[in-house]
Design a protein around this ligand. Structure first.
Ligand code: PSU
Ligand code: MN
Length: 308
């Protein structure tokens, strides 16, 4: 990969060196996915959940041109409060050349986590194939990144604003394994189901760790090693009311259409519209599912580290 060198925080470097559990966290959810000031609170909370579980958090972002795996308090504050770009893998060399800062998407975070040797990553929702993608070609680089980097991403599936069926088909084409955590129903971010079913259900972190070890044991064949999608539904009691969800989403689509939003602006636009139109309910659900993903990622990283 022709991308610039990156910096590991001392804490992350020490943990990796000693084989202690580490979980990567993305920063676009903080900079573009959640409103201020809840975003800074959430970033601190995700890190605290990991630390309480004995896991070292590795929040990923680009600061002043340098990709970083593991941020200090000032770094976390910068991604929450500065107006930063949203960076995918292809943006890394441009940011390096300019000394610019950016939050990293799932794609860029996966790439940097893989370079650092971090095997487990927690996020809210994955990017995927957008509705209408057969005309717009709008498919998140997250999918290809997962095909090319050995990182397990714990997410609550993909947002119902995407074409979920097409996203699952693309993951199949790209040979990215997808497992449901305690379920065979693929979740749709704010809702625990999506109407799409998965082939594989796992129950508990040890089962996921065993899959990661099986991936690690695969013979080297010169091709990139894939990651793993761990689809972890929001707990039923913390999910969003389906009728309300459907109503707000329809409004959000109409608004995006009217505002002619395109490309990488689509996800942040819809998320922020939906927070306002739901009177803040979608935000609480978003935070609940993200916390849940961080907890599950902590357990997986712990089981994986213990077995090595
Ligand atoms: N899903 C969310 N919140 C987010 C994102 C996804 O619920 O903030 C972010 C992630 O960083 C993801 C990115 O990688 O949006 C996908 O953007 P795009 O569709 O432009 O690839
Ligand atoms: Mn896109």
């Amino acid at each position: 990969m022709p991308n610039p060198p990156f910096l590991l925080s001392d804490e992350v470097a020490d943990a990796l060196e000693a084989g202690r559990p580490v979980v990567a966290l993305e920063s676009t959810i903080i900079s573009h996915g959640l409103p201020r000031p809840r975003n800074l609170e959430a970033a601190g909370e995700f890190e605290a959940i990991l630390r309480d579980a004995g896991v070292v958090p590795a929040t990923v972002a680009v600061l002043d041109g340098v990709p970083r795996v593991g941020l200090d308090g000032t770094g976390v504050e910068r991604i929450a409060n500065e107006d930063m770009a949203k960076a995918s893998i292809r943006d890394l060399p441009v940011l390096a050349a300019r000394g610019a800062s950016a939050a990293t998407t799932v794609a860029a975070t996966t790439h940097l986590a893989a370079l650092a040797g971090v095997r487990v990553f927690a996020t809210g929702g994955l990017g995927g194939v957008h509705r209408g993608a057969s005309a717009t070609f709008d498919e998140s680089a997250d999918l290809v990144a997962l095909a090319e980097h050995p990182v397990a991403v714990v997410s609550a599936g993909v947002k119902s604003v995407l074409d979920i069926g097409a996203t699952l088909e693309r993951l199949e084409t790209l040979s990215v394994p997808v497992v449901g955590y305690g379920t065979t129903a693929f979740p749709s971010f704010w809702l625990p189901t999506s109407g799409f079913d998965l082939d594989w259900r796992v129950d508990g972190p040890e089962e996921v760790a065993a899959i990661l070890r099986a991936q690690d044991a695969a013979p080297e064949d010169g091709r990139p090693r894939p990651g793993l999608v761990v689809a972890n539904p929001v707990p039923e009691a913390e999910g969003w009311d389906r009728a309300e969800h459907d109503r707000v989403l329809a409004e959000a689509f109409a608004a995006a259409e009217a505002a002619n939003v395109r490309g990488k602006a689509v996800t942040p636009f819809l998320l922020s519209f939906i927070v306002t139109a739901s009177g803040g309910t979608s935000l609480e659900v978003n935070l609940a599912l993200a916390r849940n993903n961080v907890r599950v990622a902590a357990a997986i990283a712990t089981a994986y580290a213990a077995a090595r």
